[in-house]
Design a protein around this ligand. Structure first.
Ligand SMILES: NC(=O)c1ccc[n+]([C@@H]2O[C@H](COP(=O)([O-])OP(=O)(O)OC[C@H]3O[C@@H](n4cnc5c(N)ncnc54)[C@H](OP(=O)(O)O)[C@@H]3O)[C@@H](O)[C@H]2O)c1
Length: 333
């Protein structure tokens, strides 16, 4: 399928700098954790990715283990890079990661130099790339010295296999240490990728955004709480084609009657703002300028187009709106 990108693609998207670096990311980024494995429909996947790019989403987030099966999201994205996206490589920020289980034996997960370097080589091969734009360590490793893991990230930059490096799922205390080590190695950390949404506010309790300061940006994953903060479950039922019905990371038992009631209350607040629930959930994160980008997933083009509406205008909330949202969230459990 041939593809020519929309000429107006940069007219509406806002780009924020990742910490002190020169790297700018779109405020909305697209992740390929779910919905882009080998079983997914080629046409739907291609349409989601090209629609994203047509709207100024330049950043696509992957990891070695995304699929299923692990590796297949990178293989799929690689195919697009050699066809539809071929002319646009220099307009794209492609990230991948290593940290979770990828292959058997002691070198197939966590944070050793052996694992990170091998995994990056495998990711580059699957995507047919000479380098990725951002390479992340996917999760802290309690058994490997942080110096070794950060040293491996810096090595990837020196080898030309990654332009920038980041960390993911690091809490404030460890993030600060990792950032300092990377700075010493002359290879600044540009981003910490963490779970953050209205329904999961550990980042606030941890003081993470304050701890990051200007040192590195923050990119928030699962901003829609994997679909809870959308219209998906508002009527209390579990759609057949939904993530909850896939029963992998989101499970039907997590959609309780009480939660549905609270989600409907949030939806009512969103309606008074002329937004859908998913739009409001994205705006709510973007109101904090320290958030570099909000990293969503999308099953299809319509979901993506709805979420893109959130970035058409600056994210602002009145004190009253924030208080009403806070009141609902306080009883969320
Ligand atoms: N670093 C890490 O450890 C880590 C962990 C998790 C994720 N991530 C990254 O973050 C990305 C996003 O995570 P996520 O997929 O959990 O994010 P999310 O945006 O919270 O959830 C995406 C899901 O929400 C539903 N959805 C999205 N927009 C919708 C809309 N407008 N209306 C109705 N439903 C909508 C879809 O669910 P249905 O499929 O049910 O339709 C979609 O698959 C991942 O792809 C990955 O790149 C990183």
């Amino acid at each position: 399928m041939s593809y020519t990108a929309n000429q107006q693609r940069y007219e509406t998207m806002t780009y924020r700098k990742a910490g002190m670096s020169g790297l700018k990311l779109p405020v909305l980024s697209l992740g390929l954790w779910h919905n882009f494995g080998s079983e997914a429909d080629d046409q739907v996947c291609n349409e989601v990715i090209t629609t994203a790019f047509d709207h100024g989403i330049t950043h696509f987030d992957l990891a070695n283990n995304y699929g299923p099966p692990g590796g297949s999201a990178e293989t799929r994205f690689g195919k697009m890079l050699s066809h539809q996206l071929r002319a646009y490589r220099d307009e794209l920020i492609i990230s991948t990661k290593a940290g979770y289980y990828m292959w058997p034996g002691p070198y197939g997960e966590w944070g050793s130099r052996k694992y990170l370097i091998s995994s990056c080589d495998q990711s580059l091969k699957r995507m047919g790339l000479e380098y990725v734009d951002i390479f992340y360590h996917h999760r802290p490793d309690p058994d490997t010295p942080l110096e070794e893991t950060m040293g491996a990230l810096a090595q990837l930059v020196r080898q030309g296999k990654a332009l920038y490096v980041g960390i993911s799922n690091y809490k404030a205390k460890d993030a600060v240490k990792a950032i300092a080590l990377l700075k010493e190695l002359g290879c600044p950390c540009v981003l910490n990728q963490v779970r953050y949404s209205m329904l999961d506010r550990w980042v606030e309790a941890d003081g993470l955004l304050d701890a990051m300061g200007n040192n590195a940006g923050t990119i928030c994953f699962s901003p829609l709480a994997q679909g809870l903060l959308t219209s998906r479950y508002l009527d209390g039922s579990i759609p057949v084609d939904s993530r909850a019905n896939e029963k992998r990371f989101l499970k039907p038992e997590m959609i309780t009657e009480k939660r549905v009631e609270l989600l409907n209350k949030l939806n009512t607040i969103a309606q008074t703002r002329n937004q859908s629930l998913s739009e409001m959930a994205i705006s709510w994160l973007l109101r904090d300028e320290r958030v570099t980008s909000v990293l969503i997933g999308a099953r299809n083009k319509n979901q993506l187009l709805e979420n893109l509406k959130a970035v058409e205008k600056p994210a602002s909330f009145s004190k009253e709106e924030l208080a009403s949202i806070h009141a609902v969230l306080q009883v969320w459990e």
